[in-house]
Structures are given as structure tokens and as C-alpha cells.
Design a protein. Structure first.
Length: 51
């Protein structure tokens, strides 16, 4: 299944990551600064409780 997340905000990024881990074909649509940051750094998720 192909899934498009319109917006790379925190919640959409988490869901995109979880679907990708399960083998989903995931695309995240981001604009301007967020797009450039994602291209340079990739998706980075940090658990605030466990670090």
C-alpha cells in the first residue's frame, strides 16, 4: 500500500516511520525549511522518556 503524509510535523513523522518499519511504501510531503532539513538529516525520532 502506498501512503502519502501531507506534512512532516511530529505526529505525521511518527506515523510515517511506523508504517515504513512495517514495510509500507511511505512518502512524506514537506515544504521549504523542513524539506531542506529532512534532506540533510533524514527523519530523526527521539523518545523524550528514554532518550
Amino acid at each position: 500500500m502506498k501512503v502519502l503524509f501531507s506534512g512532516a510535523r511530529p505526529l505525521g513523522s511518527v506515523y510515517a516511520h511506523l508504517l515504513y518499519e512495517q514495510g509500507g511504501d511511505v512518502t512524506v510531503l514537506a515544504r521549504e525549511e523542513r524539506h531542506h532539513w529532512l534532506k540533510e538529516n533524514g527523519l530523526v525520532l527521539i523518545n523524550e522518556i528514554t532518550g
